[in-house]
Design a binder for this molecule. Structure first.
Ligand SMILES: Cc1ncc(COP(=O)(O)O)c(C=O)c1O
Length: 405
């Protein structure tokens, strides 16, 4: 498989993926620090060694750009990649990534041909999924009329140990293990489960889930089936629950330099993560507006005094939630926190820079990230909006150019 790092060099030294160069016409962008992604993965790998790292790059790398982030994660020491969809795995293969790629939930039957042809690792937890994968694996053999599969197709079985989202119950898990082991076209490479409350360090349910996982593994063992790659831990599990590490961990949010949750943010291994993402723009228009005037749709923001109002060219179509104004959202201009002034519109927001502020078109505005001594984090947005940082970064729309630094 070819190993290509897709990139286009801009004269100013920024790297950006070729297909997104057109986005440079917009003075609003996401900056993604790939060296920090690699450093975070290396930090996780050191923390969990000898367990290996499966870097989770689903949902376009949590909004950061899956391909570039995947290359950085591999550079940092990840030896597996994790995605939600076969299509996401396909994108990684098209970009030349040749490390193993795990699809974290069972793909629908129609996706199994892509799984086999792209040499992706399927998660299985139903008889329907098992049969569909087996059929695709058989069809891929030269005598099945397809392209030769490079050896048996790797399978990871998923146990529902108590989150009740996806996974097999213990009985089905044991039956599927025997079924996979009995087929020469398939190879039972791994078995795993997923933790529901790993970001709550004091919650005993993590221990209970691991106990159920081990009980199911003991039954496999009793029947002579021993998958090599056992895994259970997401970021919080990997960094804060050593007993959950097994042979591999599956960090997502941590490799993007974001704490999995407020209760683990102070944990030394979480605090050592480096921030990766900044959301920035340039002021498109700045003007003085009289005291008593009101700003944006609905005229909800009234200026108490004559102030400089800056217009910034990004809005809810870019993933700046419309309710961020009501929630007290602030941005950084000239190293100072300034309130969003009025309703967030589709393509633009207004910012109250205060009386006499020296702000001009072209000045940098930071919506997420650092400017001078001030910082706005994805978790600050999340707290204001009553959500989690995951939803904030995943919500940053593809319309924003991703700039890789
Ligand atoms: C099965 C599975 N493993 C790992 C992860 C990564 O989780 P986190 O981003 O909390 O590390 C996810 C994300 O939701 C997941 O669904």
């Amino acid at each position: 498989m070819k190993t290509v790092v897709p990139s286009a060099e801009r004269p100013d030294g920024y790297l950006t993926s070729a297909k997104r160069v057109a986005g440079w016409l917009r003075p609003a962008w996401l900056e993604v620090d790939l060296a920090s992604v690699a450093a975070n993965v290396a930090h996780i790998a050191r923390t969990v060694a000898p367990a290996r790292v499966c870097a989770i790059v689903k949902a376009d790398g949590y909004g950061h750009g899956a391909v570039r982030v995947a290359y950085a994660a591999v550079e940092g020491g990840a030896s597996y990649l994790g995605v939600a969809l076969a299509e996401e795995g396909h994108e990684l293969r098209q970009a030349g990534l040749d490390v193993p790629v795990l699809i974290l939930s069972e793909p629908p039957p129609e996706a199994m041909q892509m799984v086999v042809e792209d040499h992706l690792t399927a998660t299985i937890y139903t008889v329907r999924g098992f049969s569909a994968l087996l059929e695709a694996a058989r069809a891929a053999r030269p005598d099945g009329g397809g392209r030769a599969a490079a050896g048996p197709v790797p399978v990871h079985l998923k146990l529902d140990s108590g989150m009740h989202r996806v996974g097999a119950d213990e009985g089905t898990f044991v039956e599927l293990a025997a079924a996979v082991a009995g087929q020469p076209e398939l190879f039972l490479e791994g078995a795993f489960t997923h933790l529901a409350v790993a970001d709550e360090p004091g919650n005993a349910y993590t221990g209970e889930q691991l106990r159920r996982f081990e009980a199911a593994l003991a039954r496999l063992d009793g029947e002579g089936t021993k998958p090599r790659l056992l895994h259970a831990a997401n970021s919080a599990g990997a960094l804060c629950h050593p007993e959950a590490r097994y042979a591999m961990v599956r960090p997502g949010i941590a490799m993007y330099g974001i704490s999995p949750g407020p209760l683990v943010a102070g944990h030394a291994a979480v605090a050592a993560l480096r921030p990766v993402l900044s959301l920035k723009a340039q002021v498109s228009l700045a003007k003085e507006v009289e005291a008593g005037e009101r700003v944006s749709y609905g005229l909800r923001y009234e200026l108490a005094q004559r102030s400089v109002v800056a217009t910034v060219p990004l809005g809810y179509a870019d993933g700046v939630p419309r309710r961020l104004y009501e929630a007290g959202g602030e941005v950084l201009v000239g190293g100072r926190r300034c309130p969003i002034a009025g309703t967030v519109t589709m393509d633009q927001i207004m910012v109250d820079c205060g009386p006499g502020a020296v702000v001009r078109a072209g000045d940098e505005v930071v919506l997420i990230g650092r400017q001078g001594d001030e910082e706005v984090t994805a978790w600050e947005w999340a707290r204001r909006l009553g959500t989690i940082a995951y939803e904030v970064t995943c919500g940053l729309s593809p319309r924003l150019p991703r700039i890789y630094v």
